[in-house]
Ligand binder design. Structure first.
Ligand code: NAD
Length: 291
């Protein structure tokens, strides 16, 4: 790494707090090294109180761009010059691109999820999906799926503080796309079963299944699954949630969130460098294997 850095090396950041645990710096720097690209990716501890100054710094230092994570994703938009259609619809940004001084905000989580499906030969375009969740990950997936041409999306969430966000997601999808979208209470398990029954894909995008909710599942039992239903989870720690284990036992093709993580990074990488990550190599490094 030290040998690689010169006076020409360009900087890309990650602004979040906490952030020291992130695997993004290792992932991006490995891809730069593999492709011989003269960039360095560094994580910066930035929270809402220092975000505006950090964005000014990005401009002043003529950085190529930055990733943005919690707690800044829904806040950073006001400091940028332009937002992508998906970022506007999500009200969130995870990638900033510095286009000759003009800062453009993108959200690549949904792109990453949709690309991970494609990479695993799953084609949901023109079909129906059922998804649980209304937080950042779920909203990004729901918006991108609608923009990409998924025909129908049934969203389930519990009636917690995210319910209003789910209603907003439904509204923005209806206003901006032709996708048929409906919102249901996740506590209504009969409705969940009904919507899953004629879906091509079931996507789990809540925090249920990882700490502190590890060992729990949004789907109560195996009777909700049928062998030709594809089941995905945004969670990748643990690699196999209770939900995915149950779905696999019911004969479903399953996929965890590692592919989404890789491809959201690849989409940002492409926006900054005009090149894709060496995907096969990155899949080996991240130990991504499909069923
Ligand atoms: P968030 O905090 O924004 O949203 C949390 C969601 O979980 C909400 O929909 C909330 O209603 C739901 N929820 C919380 N407790 C619940 C319960 N007891 N029962 C039912 N629903 C409950 O979180 P987020 O950023 O959207 O992340 C959601 C999941 O997606 C996390 O597990 C996270 O690790 C994962 N994620 C994965 C990637 C990836 O690249 N694979 C990216 C982002 C997030």
């Amino acid at each position: 790494m030290a040998e690689r850095i010169t006076g020409h090396t360009e900087l890309i950041g990650l602004m979040a707090y906490p952030i020291r645990h992130s695997s993004s710096p290792a992932m991006h720097n490995e891809a730069f090294a593999q492709l011989g690209l003269d960039y360095a990716y560094l994580a910066f501890e930035v929270d809402n109180s220092t975000l505006e100054d950090a964005v000014k710094g990005l401009r002043a230092l003529k950085m190529v761009g930055s990733n943005v994570s919690m707690p800044n994703k829904t806040v950073v938009g006001q400091y940028l010059d332009e937002l992508s259609p998906a970022a506007k619809m999500c009200g969130a940004v995870n990638t900033i691109v510095n286009d000759n001084g003009r800062l453009i905000g993108h959200i690549t989580d949904g792109i990453g999820y949709m690309q991970s499906l494609k990479d695993n030969n799953i084609d949901v375009i023109g079909k129906k999906m059922t998804i649980t969740g209304a937080g950042g990950a779920a909203k990004a997936i729901e918006v991108q799926a609608a923009l990409d041409g998924v025909k129908e999306i049934s969203i389930f969430n519990i009636k917690d503080k995210f319910w209003e966000a789910a209603e907003e997601t439904v509204k923005t999808i209806r206003e901006n796309t032709d996708c048929i979208v409906n919102l249901y209470d996740l506590d209504d398990k009969e409705k969940l079963k009904e919507e899953m029954a004629d879906s091509y894909l079931f996507a789990q995008a809540t925090g249920v299944g990882m700490k502190p909710l590890e060992g729990m599942s949004v789907v109560p039992d195996k009777s909700f699954f049928r062998p030709d239903l594809i089941v995905t989870d945004t969670i990748y720690s643990p690699r196999e949630t209770v939900l995915l284990k149950m779905a696999k036992e019911a004969g479903c093709k399953t996929m965890n969130g590692l592919g989404m993580m890789l491809f959201q990074g690849d989409a940002a990488f492409y926006l900054w460098t005009g090149k894709h990550m060496p995907i096969d190599h990155m899949k080996e490094v991240l130990d991504i294997k499909y069923d």
